[in-house]
Design a protein around this ligand. Structure first.
Ligand code: GRF
Length: 203
């Protein structure tokens, strides 16, 4: 099965998939990495792994839709079965999302539905929650609002600042994303109905 990754930043989540495929822990094939930032570390990681890497500049387009349609026509060219947003920091146009039902997931650093959007670690600290974490969810037209597939919980520790908390959450994101992608590729999790299912049972 063919996996495409969208990423804007350093690409540590992408690297987990690259490494797991390289040493046989994950089936499937990374067929393209796509970014809105030409200098994203994720693109370099892709090139280093021999994966086709593409970027477009949002400022070269006069609308969000125009940019997203152009980017996703590149994505469509590699014919992915699964599209993984891993640190992709742009909102997606709703038409583009609706045209690809049940094929796109995102990893978000909070226990959704809490703390959508940006600065999730600071949001969690400001709210004083004892437990924070990360979620993998289906991408829908609502920002960070699609059905949650899997979560990892990370206790907030005394003395945490956003950086420390982010680092501990990231450690848990990596196995969470890998396990979720593995389950999707094996067909243990399905996204094609109204709700994600695990072994046929809706989550
Ligand atoms: C991760 O925390 C991801 O959840 C968030 O952005 C970060 C990306 O990290 N949306 P990386 O680029 O995969 O290293």
């Amino acid at each position: 099965r063919r996996i495409a990754v969208l990423a804007s930043g350093r690409g540590s989540n992408l690297q987990v998939l690259v490494d797991a495929i390289a040493d046989g822990r994950l089936g499937g094939e990374l067929v393209g990495v796509f970014s809105d930032r030409a200098r994203a570390g994720a693109l370099q990681r892709a090139r280093d792994a021999g994966i086709p890497a593409f970027s477009l500049r949002p400022r070269d387009f006069d609308s969000r839709r125009g940019f997203d349609e152009a980017l996703f026509s590149l994505v469509d060219n590699v014919q992915p079965d699964l599209i993984v947003c891993a640190g992709y920091m742009r909102l997606l146009d709703s038409n583009v999302v609706e045209a690809r039902p049940g094929r796109m997931i995102n990893i978000h650093p909070s226990l959704l539905p809490d703390f959508k959007g940006l600065h999730t670690h600071q949001q969690a600290l400001d709210a004083g929650v004892p437990v924070h974490g990360a979620s993998v969810h289906v991408v829908t037209t609502e920002l960070d609002g699609g059905p949650v597939i899997a979560q990892a919980r990370v206790p907030v520790e005394p003395g945490d600042d956003a950086g420390r908390l982010a680092a501990r959450v990231l450690e848990r994101e990596h196995p969470l994303l890998l396990a979720t992608v593995d389950a999707l590729l094996r067909g243990r999790i399905t996204l094609d109905g109204p709700r994600p299912c695990v072994d046929g049972t809706p989550l």
